[in-house]
Design a protein around this ligand. Structure first.
Ligand SMILES: Nc1ncnc2c1ncn2[C@@H]1O[C@H](COP(=O)(O)OP(=O)(O)OP(=O)(O)O)[C@@H](O)[C@H]1O
Ligand SMILES: [Mg+2]
Length: 271
């Protein structure tokens, strides 16, 4: 079957498990094991078909990447060990996530972004997604993540899980995107700093563009731009007609309900 036909047929769901839920962001290299286990159960119980999981870096990826300035690109050799350490930390986190999914009987398969994705000035270009498409077609669940990758213009950089989510969704013509974070959805301001921040339950692309300027950056270390970076990336997928639902993955059953297409508190962004 031709690659294009294959893509059209699959219509996958892209699920992002934010580093803010699967790790303890304030503690370096600390997975949120209980949460990961529960999420794996929810994903299994939801019996979602044609699923791609992308996870973030949280306290595995971001602190090391920041320390060595990996996102800014190659400047000198002292960064190389940082590039390797970032990559290794993400591999470790990926292993924990995949293991948890396997334990719940989900045929998860780890895919290392840095092994087949190159960016240019931080943006993904010319990627062959056919392996991911074929894994999906077989019924496997590819698990990717934000990673330290080679960049054709600046040597290396950090590819955010959020950019990966949008790109995968667009390229594989996804049915929908579900984003799990540690807050209930998109607010009028960062709910962790601003008590008057209000949850936005539903918004269109046009409303999102207007709101963008008001949205703050995440207060914890996120080398890929916090909530503002996330929204910027997701907007591209919404423009392609792919709806995005942001829910709180720290609260039980939100991801389950989202996967089941049941009503759930969160933010729905549509074109
Ligand atoms: N307007 C906003 N609405 C909701 N959250 C916001 C807003 N502005 C900033 N934030 C912050 O963004 C955070 C989520 O982004 P963050 O990058 O920390 O998580 P993540 O993407 O799940 O982690 P990772 O990047 O490791 O995958 C929330 O914890 C919240 O404090
Ligand atoms: Mg983030």
């Amino acid at each position: 079957m031709k690659e294009l036909e294959l893509k059209r047929k699959i219509k996958p769901t892209v699920l992002k498990l934010g580093g803010s839920i699967i790790t303890r962001k304030e503690k370096p290299l600390t997975p949120n094991k209980g949460v990961i286990k529960r999420l794996a159960k929810e994903i299994s119980q939801a019996r979602a078909e044609k699923l791609i999981v992308v996870h973030g870096g949280g306290s595995f990826g971001h602190p090391i990447a920041k320390e060595y300035g990996i996102a800014e690109g190659f400047k000198d050799k002292s960064q190389l060990i940082g590039f390797s350490k970032t990559s290794q930390a993400m591999t470790m986190l990926n292993k924990i996530v995949v293991e948890a999914l396997l334990n719940e009987g989900i045929p998860a398969i780890a895919i290392r972004p840095s092994s087949f994705i190159v960016t240019k000035h931080g943006r993904i270009e010319n990627v062959d997604w056919s392996i991911v498409a074929k894994l999906l077609e077989l019924g496997l669940v590819p698990v990717l993540y934000g990673d330290a990758v080679i960049d054709s213009a600046k040597g290396f950089t950090i590819l955010s899980g959020d950019q990966l989510v949008a790109e995968l969704a667009i390229e594989l013509d996804a049915e929908r995107i579900i984003i799990g974070v540690d807050v209930d959805g998109l607010y009028t301001a960062d709910p962790k700093v601003d008590d008057s921040a209000k949850l936005i339950r539903k918004l269109s692309l046009k409303q999102l563009k207007e709101l963008k300027d008001e949205i703050g950056r995440s207060k914890l270390v996120d080398v890929t731009g916090g909530m503002l970076g996330k929204v910027n990336e997701l907007m591209r997928a919404v423009m392609h007609g792919i709806p995005v639902l942001i829910v709180n993955g720290l609260k039980p059953n939100k991801i389950y309900k989202a996967l089941r297409n049941e009503r759930v508190v969160g933010t729905l962004i549509t074109r």
